[in-house]
Ligand binder design. Structure first.
Ligand SMILES: [Mn+2]
Length: 286
């Protein structure tokens, strides 16, 4: 389709019809800035592989993937180690998808991949709200001297769109200064996802919304395959419920990041991510 894309396998049931699709899956297999445990670059492929084991029908929504037209664009190819060029490549590709009227469903990769995606979406949809589901605030100003890192991603997002437009849910970890920054600049909701979402729905429902979903918002019991697991997280049901509730908002893009298959031989984390992707496709397709 475009430059710098390669495709080894597709998410289950994806049609070979870019023009007719609303949701377009795009893999961003990057983990160069991860400091603790790398491996998230393997997630887009693994999520697609295990997706074949899921049903196409969602009993929650009474919708079937066969009723939706969505396209799998494959994975972006990154110049290894070049954070700036990789981030730029994500922004350019997401921009193109938006120009074509698509809903980008990005599969990370580390959380930094969300920054260029959100910047592209915010340029395209003014007054964007970002729903950030994560165990971690990711609000450091820099990490090991780096401004662009998976530990600083939401700080850069807050600076770009204004912290008042960032809603951070499920949070239960961060440095003291990150929590102080959040209390002063963003909308912080400690530990929970579903009930805070109910509270903010009025504020966001008439605005374009981008959802960034770090898999570690879920408890490591459900999602052990991630770089920085944080005990005390929420359940899959809570996140699925949140995705369904977000149908009442105008969600224009979504990512699922920080799945790291190597730490989970049971593959349950990838299965969970594949199921969340299914619910997102069904929830946000016309
Ligand atoms: Mn996280």
């Amino acid at each position: 389709m475009w430059d710098h894309l390669e495709k080894n396998t597709s998410y289950m049931g994806a049609a070979d019809d870019f023009a007719g699709a609303r949701v377009v899956i795009l893999g961003a297999p990057m983990d160069f800035t991860v400091t603790f445990r790398p491996g998230a670059r393997l997630a887009p492929l693994q999520i697609r592989l295990v997706s074949q084991g899921l049903e196409e029908y969602s009993p929650y929504l009474d919708r079937d993937l066969r009723d939706c037209r969505y396209f799998d664009a494959g994975d972006l190819v990154f110049p290894p180690g070049s954070v700036e060029k990789s981030v730029q490549r994500i922004a350019l590709t997401v921009e193109k998808l938006l120009v074509h009227g698509k809903f980008p469903l990005l599969l990370g990769g580390e959380h930094l991949v969300s920054l260029p995606a959100i910047q592209a979406v915010a340029r395209f949809y003014p007054h964007l709200a970002v729903i950030h589901l994560d165990a971690h605030l990711d609000l450091r100003d820099e990490y090991y001297g780096q401004k662009l890192s998976h530990a600083t991603v939401m700080r850069r997002v807050a600076e770009f769109i204004g912290g008042e437009n960032v809603y951070q849910l499920g949070i239960r970890s961060g440095a003291r200064e990150e929590f102080y920054y959040a209390r002063a600049h963003t909308n912080l909701f400690f530990n929970e996802v579903a009930s805070p979402l109910q509270k903010i729905m009025k504020e966001i429902k008439d605005r374009p919304v981008y959802v960034t979903l770090d898999i570690d918002v879920l408890d490591p019991a459900y999602a052990p395959g991630t770089g920085t697991p944080e005990p005390g997280g929420c359940s899959p049901q809570e996140v699925i419920q949140a995705l369904h509730d977000l149908r009442r908002a105008q969600v224009v893009g979504l990512d699922i990041v920080e799945v790291s298959p190597v730490y989970d031989p049971s593959e349950r984390t990838s299965f969970l991510a594949a199921k969340l992707a299914r619910e997102a496709i069904l929830a946000f397709s016309p």
